[in-house]
Design a binder for this molecule. Structure first.
Ligand SMILES: [Zn+2]
Length: 93
């Protein structure tokens, strides 16, 4: 009886780990792709995508703010040394 209960417990734990693993994968995919959320720049609730900002950080931006950020970067890059220029990324959504 005691052993059976322990096995059940272990199986349940394994199942739980499996579910957590799936969730983490889904969350990662959600971060990479566009989804409905709040834009970190303008605060509008709309379709947003994650722009990595380095060091594991990132911001969620709507299409308009993404475009603004990229045109700001292009302007900035004109006055920056090659080694410190921002990368220009196409809106992935
Ligand atoms: Zn925005």
């Amino acid at each position: 009886m005691v052993l059976d209960a322990r096995e059940d417990f272990l199986q349940l734990r394994q199942l739980n780990n499996f579910v957590l693993h799936i969730d983490a994968k889904r969350i990662n995919r959600r971060n990479a792709m566009s989804h409905k959320g709040y834009c970190d720049n303008c605060g509008r609730e709309t379709k947003v995508v994650r722009l990595p900002t380095g060091g594991g950080g990132g911001v969620f931006l709507c299409r308009g703010c993404w475009a603004k950020e990229m045109s700001w970067r292009k302007q900035r890059n004109k006055t920056l040394a090659k080694s410190s220029r921002f990368s220009i990324k196409k809106y992935p959504g």
